[in-house]
Design a protein around this ligand. Structure first.
Ligand SMILES: [Zn+2]
Length: 309
């Protein structure tokens, strides 16, 4: 049976020849018609999905457009949803000032790790990114900045040779240009498919930051949900200022691993940004919608210090 026939009658537009005669009465669009059950899965997915998102924290249904306009923050309870790297960059930099670096750099499956190539291919298609970080130079306020933004949707934001190399080049560009560096992290840790090559990125990025610091240039690290593993054990923890988004989960190993290893009860709020501010690892929590304003404030402050030095 033709699906179009079913859809048309379900929409309440009966017996009208739509191609020839416009309907005399306005078709009343009823509530989203449910296509008959027993249809294929792809049909089902076409219905209202993608219009509304349920907040996992307060369970409010949020209109997707509203969520996008609010930078993927729940307007009711301020829960911070994951946000793509490009969307985040757009929310932070002055219009048309972002010049991307190394946009085409891609990973090589050097260890011939099972399924690595196909996973890379899958995520490249799904995200239109080439790897888990986007880097470039831009203006934030009146400041020229070297900015790197990680993206959790590409293999869990894992750090392999491409993430490490792109960030190292970014930091070196910042050092050459005498610019501050800002890196916004979200990562499950080092990319296991690249084994020791991933681990080497920790030393490489840290060394580049040390040269940057020798020039007395500021580095701002922003930790977003979630920031774990090799990323936290290297550049993400080395900021002159370390900021975090509200309720971000941050640590080296996850809480379950720590609990199983230490056989101890973990304190409430363990590894949340709020807990880590209280314990001195993080300097400040900045809600996403205030991030740009705060960056400008901090960059102004650092620039004034430099001018007075
Ligand atoms: Zn909410």
């Amino acid at each position: 049976m033709a699906t179009s026939f079913l859809t048309k009658s379900a929409m309440g537009v009966d017996q009208v020849e739509p191609a020839l005669t416009p309907p005399t009465i306005k078709p009343v669009l009823p509530k989203k018609a449910k296509l008959g059950s027993g249809k294929s899965k792809t049909k089902k997915r076409e219905i209202p999905e993608g219009l509304w998102t349920k907040c996992p924290s307060c369970e409010t249904m949020i209109y997707d457009k509203e969520l996008d306009e609010n930078l993927k923050v729940c307007p009711k309870c301020q829960f911070h949803f994951p946000i793509g790297s490009r969307e985040r960059i757009h929310s932070l930099v002055e219009t048309c000032t972002f010049e991307e670096m190394d946009a085409e750099m891609t990973s090589v499956d050097i260890l011939k790790f099972t399924n690595y190539k196909s996973k890379l291919e899958r995520d490249r298609k799904a995200t239109t990114l080439m790897d888990a970080v986007v880097t470039g130079v831009c203006k934030i306020g009146q400041h020229q900045v070297a900015l790197g933004v990680m993206d959790f949707s590409f293999m869990g934001g894992s750090m392999g040779s491409v993430v490490g190399e792109k960030l190292t080049r970014l930091i070196e560009r910042g050092t050459e240009g005498n610019w501050p560096v800002i890196i916004i992290s979200t990562s499950g840790g080092a990319r296991m498919q690249e084994g020791a090559f991933s681990l080497m990125q920790m030393a490489k990025t840290s060394a580049a930051l040390a040269y940057h610091a020798q020039r007395r240039l500021p580095y701002l690290s922003v930790l977003t949900n979630n920031s774990y593993g090799g990323v936290m054990a290297s550049y993400a923890a080395l900021g002159d200022l370390i900021l975090a988004e509200p309720a971000a989960m941050i640590g080296f190993a996850g809480p379950r691993v720590i609990k199983d290893t230490t056989h101890a009860e973990l304190p409430p709020g363990f590894q949340t940004a709020e807990f880590l501010v209280d314990h001195g690892l993080i300097d400040a929590i900045v809600p996403r919608r205030e991030m740009k304003e705060q960056f400008v404030k901090y960059l102004d402050y650092f620039a004034s210090g430099k001018n007075n030095a």
